[in-house]
Design a protein around this ligand. Structure first.
Ligand SMILES: [Zn+2]
Length: 301
């Protein structure tokens, strides 16, 4: 099925887990891909799609990444080997692509109870050819792609924007709300800031990295796109308030898992990101205990 969501921009749904991960193909003289799924997505989804529209995978000249998570960048190594294409990512994402196990080491260090040490990375490391930063304008085949750095889900999360058509390709930057979202690995505070920034942008079409709730669709147009960003902001504000309430009501320090048991929303790692921000603001403190950290409010009234 051909899904041309705007002039020259195609959405390829790469099956993954219980849903899919989005890969966008920008079709011009050459082909630029934005996100490329997991290591088997090129063979299983991306190449067949390109052939289906009469193009050849060898025409892929660039891969731009919305962030350096394995379900979005796992296909890079394969495609780069086969085509010699250039790989671009936000400047803060370069170390994570070039050392695929870095993210696992960091998560283990921050949340040892949630992330045991992992020897094997989840994707093959790749050399980055160029980095971009907030505000950059990339010229691809005469098409202007603007970079909006939207950290929160990850440090390097970025929206790649087709300026002329108002198409925002957001990867996992905008998580939606409900079920187990938001899922954050970096910062709840930066995430909320990114949502506020996006609400000031002229978003006409939003392509998300997966079909997130509440719409459970990766292609959102007009009002729905804006509503999705609003819901995402509400989702993190709501989670922060609930985590705070649980800490207030507890007379003893709690682990992330204990907080998660009580609230049963989002995920433990996201709660961890919220607690880290509370700690940076001086509102909570952590103590070391057997089996990981415990968290408590700093100044109890
Ligand atoms: Zn991600």
């Amino acid at each position: 099925m051909i899904v041309e969501i705007a002039k020259g921009i195609h959405l390829i749904k790469c099956p993954w887990s219980t849903y899919f991960v989005s890969s966008c193909a920008i079709i011009g003289e050459t082909i630029t891909l934005i996100d490329v799924g997991t290591s088997d997505s090129p063979e299983n989804a991306i190449y067949p799609y390109l052939r289906g529209i009469g193009r050849d995978p060898s025409e892929i000249s660039h891969i731009l990444l919305t962030h350096a998570h394995f379900d979005h960048c796992g296909g890079v190594a394969v495609i780069k080997k086969e085509t010699g294409c250039k790989v671009y990512v936000h400047e803060s994402g370069k170390p994570y692509l070039e050392d695929a196990n870095l993210i696992n080491r960091e998560l283990h260090k921050r949340f040892p109870a949630l992330y045991p040490e992992k020897e094997k990375p989840d994707f093959e490391s790749v050399k980055v050819d160029a980095t971009f930063k907030d505000g950059d304008l990339l010229n691809l085949d005469g098409r202007q792609i603007r970079v909006l750095h939207t950290p929160g889900h990850s440090v390097c999360s970025s929206c790649l924007i087709d300026v002329e058509q108002g198409v925002y390709i957001s990867g996992d930057s905008v998580q939606g709300r409900g079920e187990r979202r938001p899922l954050l690995f970096y910062s709840s505070k930066k995430y909320a800031e990114s949502m506020r920034r996006l609400l000031n942008e002229p978003v006409k079409i939003l392509i998300t990295g997966h079909p997130f709730p509440p719409f459970n669709d990766a292609l959102l147009r007009g009002e729905n796109a804006v509503k999705h960003i609003h819901e995402s902001l509400k989702g993190i504000e709501e989670l922060e308030a609930i985590v705070w309430k649980v800490l207030e009501r507890s007379d003893k320090p709690l682990s992330i898992e204990q907080i998660y048991e009580k609230i049963r929303m989002s995920r433990p790692v996201t709660i961890g990101c919220v607690l880290e921000e509370f700690e940076r603001e001086g509102k909570v403190k952590r103590t070391e205990a057997t089996g990981g950290y415990r968290w408590t409010i700093r100044d109890r009234r």
